[in-house]
Design a protein around this ligand. Structure first.
Ligand code: WTA
Length: 668
């Protein structure tokens, strides 16, 4: 491959390739280019990332150094000394590069006829108005703004307005209930919360503002609440001098009010996003402005082969990292057209996604395996009635995609010919890490394939011999990359814990590398459960369950689930004389739903007399996990168990649970 071709690839300028590359004409063509780029990136990371950053983003001031590394503290400053603004990169630059009247955001509301489309110019106007308004409410660079909003355009506008003034946004998934929202607002010390009267979900109205009000009594940092009138709810209570309607907030600012972008240091925080930690307290992952944005744009371009006339749709909610990187920042930096959908795939009928693909002629479609599995169950007829020929690339994220779902996706949505880009990554990594490049990487269904150029992934022995390279074990990343988190908010110890075991970034996932160097992700090996692609903390759920006065102890483990990937299985040891019945189960479920949200609702709740414990009193969750997964014959080493007799009763109880028989008796 010529030097010129490498330069072209790094620059991201399209060069049309010879016809043997067929319909792809992709950014990266074939294994050879991939290997050369990977070599180049690892040999000279500064040159590689510097070239990508300068071509993908507009910098007000260029960096002094591509990477400033403090290896001892695992702190990496990308593009140190530079200045840029994320809102400028997502909007302003496109006003002068010929995309002013291009659709930036196409929003499909829950109702079929509810569609809004924003060109880059329109987005600019709205974002400037909101930036102005926030600024007049004394929100300044570095202040935190919580966004507890449904999937509506105002959410994207609010994010970009925060970025414009240098405020740090922290999105809270609108499906979270009281405790989940409270801990995230408290954890981020947000000054303002932007919300809506309600979210619309599967034909139902879910109040958000009313849910927020009692929470705010325990969040003293919040001075103002901005409320988008979305569902036109009557009787929304608005607290004088604290609450303001979105439309009133922006009303004062004329339509042509330009608002200048705050020049940010590349290492200033762009946003904070909480993920489930191992402590039960959500972990506030901080992402930088320069490194994150470079990595978001870089991976969007290479993994999705983004072209200028593409309509691109990432179905993830913006409350998660996927919605941040691949719903908003990546595509908008590239000047693409991104689709945002408020509804769910199965309402009013399980054809909703395919209707949208046909309606907007979507070219790139990125979703989660759990969605594929649920749609697969509803039958192929729902896909057959739509013209899906606009699609060019399919993507998958959030959990391992099982081969059956892969094949269905490939056949029924991809017409048996489209590549499926299975992207492995995490909130902490900012963007895809292990993923194929469409039409270049040979695919193996169920494998996220190989690390992207510049990413050095490996698998380490999971027990004992730290640091040893092995075929199956802990998935680690050995070198820094621009999308990497820059810290954990107010918790340096937690940040360091990612590096403490192997001296490099530990993902918390198990993985295996096959003879071709392909990575197979085996799932979480820490205290997280991945339910339908949503990462939940077992400790967080356990602490809610344990708060119930009838409960003596709670242990939560994942169990395999054909639709959700993993489901939650809760073992409950009750206090003396508490009857085991469905009423208590209902109470426990309600507590979880009220505190964390419906997504954390246990699939099964099993009452037990005693938990399996070590002699020091530690619950052996490993054994409980095996039982929940029906693997009684393979309980592993149980010699450390102080009360082996407990196992027989737990296994019997588990069998009854699966048969749907009620638990008998009470704890005695
Ligand atoms: C899992 C979502 C297998 C994994 C982007 C990871 C995956 C966790 C894949 C991160 C994939 C994500 N194959 N597993 N393609 N993508 N995961 O932080 O366990 O919400 O650690 O980020 O999802 O979840 P998070």
């Amino acid at each position: 491959m010529s030097q010129q071709r490498i330069t072209t690839l790094l620059a991201g300028t399209r060069s049309y390739l010879p016809p043997e590359h067929g319909r792809s004409n992709a950014w990266i063509c074939g294994q050879e280019e991939y290997e050369l780029l990977s070599k180049r990136a690892l040999d000279d990371p500064s040159d590689f990332w510097g070239a990508r950053a300068s071509h993908l983003l507009h910098w007000f001031k260029r960096w002094d150094k591509v990477l400033e590394a403090d290896e001892a503290r695992h702190k990496y400053k990308w593009f140190a000394g530079s200045r840029l603004n994320a809102s400028f990169n997502c909007i302003d630059r496109h006003l002068i590069d010929g995309r002013r009247n291009k659709a930036a955001l196409i929003w499909q509301g829950e109702q079929e006829m509810d569609v809004r489309c924003y060109t880059y110019q329109m987005l600019y106007t709205e974002v400037c108005r909101v930036a102005h308004a926030l600024s007049s409410m004394r929100i300044r660079k570095g202040d935190h703004v919580a966004l507890y909003m449904p999937m509506i355009p105002e959410l994207a506008i609010a994010m970009l307005a925060c970025a414009r003034i240098g405020a740090v946004h922290t999105a809270i998934f609108s499906g979270y209930a009281e405790g989940g929202v409270r801990s995230r607002i408290q954890g981020s010390k947000a000054k303002i919360v932007i919300t809506a009267d309600a979210a619309k979900r599967a034909g139902k109205i879910k109040p958000l503002k009313a849910n927020l009000d009692p929470i705010l009594e325990k969040c003293p940092s919040v001075a103002h609440v901005v409320v988008v009138k979305h569902a036109n709810l009557d009787n929304v209570s608005m607290q004088r001098s604290r609450d303001i309607w979105w439309e009133d907030m922006i009303d004062d600012f004329t339509l042509n009010s330009d608002f200048p972008c705050e020049p940010m240091d590349a290492n200033d925080t762009l946003f904070l996003l909480h993920t489930s930690g191992s402590t039960g307290k959500p972990t506030g992952i901080m992402h930088s402005t320069g490194g994150y944005l470079t990595y978001a744009a870089h991976t969007t371009q290479w993994c999705f082969d983004m072209r200028d006339d593409d309509v691109y749709w990432c179905t993830a909610d913006i409350g998660w990292i996927t919605g941040h990187t691949y719903g908003i920042y990546g595509p908008l930096v590239l000047g693409a057209t991104t689709v945002m959908f408020e509804g769910v795939p199965t309402w009013p009928k399980p054809d909703r996604y395919w209707r949208i693909v046909e309606k907007f002629r979507v070219n790139i479609f990125y979703t989660a395996p759990t969605v594929i599995r649920s749609l697969m169950r509803t039958g192929e007829a729902w896909t057959e009635r739509y013209d899906l020929t606009s699609l060019r690339i399919l993507g998958s994220v959030g959990e391992p995609i099982n081969p059956e779902a892969w094949q269905w996706y490939h056949k029924c949505i991809g017409n048996g010919e489209l590549p499926i880009v299975d992207t492995w990554w995490q909130t902490e990594t900012g963007g895809a890490m292990i993923a194929p490049m469409p039409y270049a990487t040979m695919l193996k269904p169920g494998s996220a394939t190989t690390p992207l150029p510049g990413i050095e992934a490996g698998v380490m022995a999971s027990a004992g011999r730290d640091g040893e390279q092995t075929a199956a074990g802990s998935l680690v990343i050995k070198n820094p990359w621009p999308g990497m988190m820059i810290g954990v908010y107010n918790d340096e110890e937690k940040y360091q814990s990612y590096f403490s075991r192997f001296g490099c970034y530990e993902s918390g996932d198990g993985a295996q590398i096959d003879e071709d160097g392909y990575f197979w992700i085996l799932g979480r090996i820490d205290d997280s459960i991945n339910v339908s692609g949503h990462r939940l903390s077992t400790v967080e759920i356990e602490s809610v369950l344990s708060a119930c006065p009838e409960v003596a102890e709670a242990a939560v483990v994942p169990m395999p689930h054909s639709l959700k990937g993993e489901a939650i299985y809760a073992y409950i040891a009750t206090r003396d004389d508490v009857p085991w019945n469905d009423a208590l189960r209902k109470t426990l479920r309600e507590m979880v739903q009220r505190d964390i949200g419906a997504l954390a609702n246990p699939e099964y709740i099993q009452f037990v007399n005693a938990m399996p414990k070590t002699s020091s009193g530690k619950i052996i969750r490993r054994v409980l996990r095996k039982i929940a997964g029906d693997m009684y014959d393979d309980l592993g080493d149980v010699t450390a168990l102080a009360n082996p007799e407990a196992l027989t009763a737990i296994i019997a109880g588990h069998r009854n649970i699966l048969k749907g028989e009620p638990d008998t008796g009470a704890a005695s």
